[in-house]
Design a protein around this ligand. Structure first.
Ligand code: ATP
Ligand code: MG
Length: 576
């Protein structure tokens, strides 16, 4: 794994798919044309796993001067919705990719799919099956035993055409018949034992309405979609490897029928993204939302792309992540810290620095005149003077972090304790004089005195050598904000799987592995320059991490910030 900082442009890492595609281009296969596609089914929101596929498909096309299609694989009417279509479009665009004119809907191909099904019937390569689903299963055989031919397999072409026409016309209930490819019931690959290609489904489709009551099976539809769109390389995840022979068989038949020209699209499989501390399956994501375990699909803890955006993750971070995890042919797990580090690197480069006190206690500078204030100058980025600076008002009463004061310091503590000197970053050196307490003994304020000749940026500043360097916000000028401290959604790396030390027979429910502490909402105090920041602006809050103004809840006058990621990996030694 590369650990190059993100401010260097990373040369693409070679992988077997890129090599194969480049070789095809060099050899002039498809006339040197490269056309890939990202084909989501609009039955849920895109998740981090999809980002890997999007970056691969769009990234390759971009690099090699090809095109990448965004295609909605909307062939299953019952689970698909326009809401998902819109969200998917928004997320792919957010990742920074452009499909140009290549936006397609598989449902637009329904008429051609029916035409191809009829062609297969006429060519003696498909038949109408009338066994029940259960009987079909019994005839199919097993991995070790061949299947048997159905009694309906030898129906005449005319009978098949008639039955298929009546299926289309709505004469039969769901499940009464099914159209199957006629290949080989004894094939060692179960997927070639006369797979189903069309089924009856009396259901309304989100785009075609009630026009159809037969719908193509995914395995039939997908190769056809690729071929209609002149896709060159059809990149998919490993679970489709066993489907490849059918993909090729089907397109060969249709090429023989004169419908498509060779070379036909080529399917290549790669390992899906598995990421620790989250779940990446639409079914489980739906359960998380419907069970109220998160605040909806775009909850910043959700591993969805709309959640990532609200979390403050960046498109550049995802692209770097996709490069870094690479493409392989073997399934493996990627640790969440890799994704977080990619976000951190990009944010470290680009996010301006600001000051926020998350757990405020008052610091009173007793020798600073009441009612007075003055500006301190703070750079927006320590390594990028071109990003400029802003001023922070200093005054007699400041907010500091409660943990930056200890009445009785532990060994090694370098921050505020009576008698110790620290620098208030961008401001003065102060010496702690003590603290004030309420009747219960809780500390209500810390007191100190400042050295007027110690201000940062003045010649006198160098005369003071102190070890602590604290951030602060003027009480009078600071802006109160809601801050949501997000953390990992699950407390364990492989939600729902056995852990070391678990009993042999212990089955965990992944929901039991949720991190109870994944969201904490606090009131914090921000430096005044954050008072007019806009939604989705990202900052590093010094010493705390990266934060983003919430996309929906943040408003000028009532700021809401989400923690994107801490400054360092706090999970490294968590022992889980
Ligand atoms: P899920 O498995 O979460 O239900 P899916 O694979 O059914 O999702 P699709 O809408 O079919 O969802 O996915 C669109 C594309 O994204 C497919 O090409 C699929 O291979 C790819 N994809 C889905 N999940 C991952 C993943 N974890 N890693 C890489 N690619 C993925
Ligand atoms: Mg799928």
């Amino acid at each position: 794994m590369s650990s190059a900082p993100s401010n260097e442009t990373q040369a693409p890492v070679q992988n077997f798919i890129r090599s194969a595609v480049e070789a095809d281009q060099r050899a002039g296969k498809w006339g040197g044309r490269i056309e890939t596609r990202f084909p989501p089914e609009p039955n849920g929101y895109l998740h981090y796993g999809h980002a890997k596929s999007i970056c691969l498909n769009f990234g390759l096309a971009e690099e090699l001067g090809g095109a990448c299609h965004l295609r909605f694989d909307d062939t299953n009417p019952t689970k698909e919705e326009q809401e998902y279509v819109d969200a998917i479009i928004e997320s792919v665009r957010w990742l920074g990719y452009d499909w140009g004119e290549h936006l397609y809907y598989a449902s637009d191909y329904f008429p051609r799919m029916v035409e191809f099904a009829e062609y297969l019937i006429k060519a003696g390569k498909a038949y109408v099956e009338s066994l029940s689903a259960e009987e079909m299963r019994a005839y199919r055989g097993t991995l070790t035993e061949p299947g048997r031919n159905s009694p309906y397999r030898e129906r005449t072409i005319d009978e098949n055409l008639d039955l298929f026409a009546r299926m289309k016309a709505g004469e039969f209930p769901d499940g009464a018949h099914i159209l199957r490819a006629k290949i080989d019931m004894a094939s060692p690959n179960i997927n070639l034992r006369d797979p189903a290609i069309y089924r009856i489904r009396h259901a309304s489709h989100h785009r075609t309405g009630d026009q159809w009551c037969v719908y193509p099976m995914y395995t039939f539809a997908h190769p056809i979609e690729d071929a209609i769109e002149n896709i060159t390389h059809s990149l998919c995840t490993l679970e489709f490897e066993d489907q490849r022979p059918f993909y090729e068989w089907l397109l060969e038949q249709l090429a023989e029928g004169g419908f498509f020209e060779r070379p036909l699209p080529q399917q290549i499989e790669f390992a899906r993204l598995n990421l620790t501390y989250v779940v990446l399956s639409k079914r489980k994501l739906i359960e998380l939302v419907e069970g109220g375990h998160t605040d909806g699909w775009d909850d910043p803890r959700m591993p969805t792309l709309i959640g990532a955006r609200r979390r403050g993750f960046t498109a550049e971070g995802f692209r770097n992540f996709a490069e870094r995890v690479g493409i392989s042919k073997a399934n493996s797990w990627i640790d969440m810290s890799v994704l977080e580090e990619c976000m951190r690197e990009h944010l470290n480069d680009t996010a301006e620095r600001r000051v926020a006190v998350l757990d405020p206690v008052k610091l009173i500078v007793t020798n600073y005149p009441e009612g007075q204030s003055e500006d301190c100058n703070a750079p927006n980025h320590p390594l990028k003077p071109e990003l400029g600076s802003r001023t922070m008002p200093f005054s007699r009463e400041l907010w500091i972090e409660r943990e930056d004061f200890m009445e009785e310091p532990v060994k090694g503590f370098r921050r505020l304790f009576p008698g110790n000197k620290v620098r208030l970053r961008y401001g003065y050196v102060v010496e702690c004089t003590g603290c004030e307490k309420d009747a219960e003994g809780n500390i209500t304020a810390v007191t100190c005195e400042y050295f007027p000749d110690s201000k940062s940026g003045t010649p006198g500043a160098d005369n003071y050598k102190v070890k602590g360097n604290l951030h602060w916000v003027s009480v009078e000028h600071g802006v109160e904000a809601e801050v949501r401290l997000y953390d990992r959604l699950f407390a364990y790396p492989h939600p729902g799987q056995r852990r070391e030390g678990d009993a042999e027979d212990l089955e965990r429910n992944y929901l039991d592995d949720l991190n109870a502490d994944s969201k904490r909402t606090i009131r914090a105090c921000l430096e005044p320059s954050l008072g007019d920041t806009t939604a989705e602006s990202r900052y590093q809050f010094e010493r705390h991490g990266y934060f983003v103004a919430d996309r929906f809840d943040h408003q000028v006058g009532s700021p809401v910030f989400n923690r994107t990621v801490t400054l360092k990996d706090s999970w490294k030694n968590s022992g889980s």
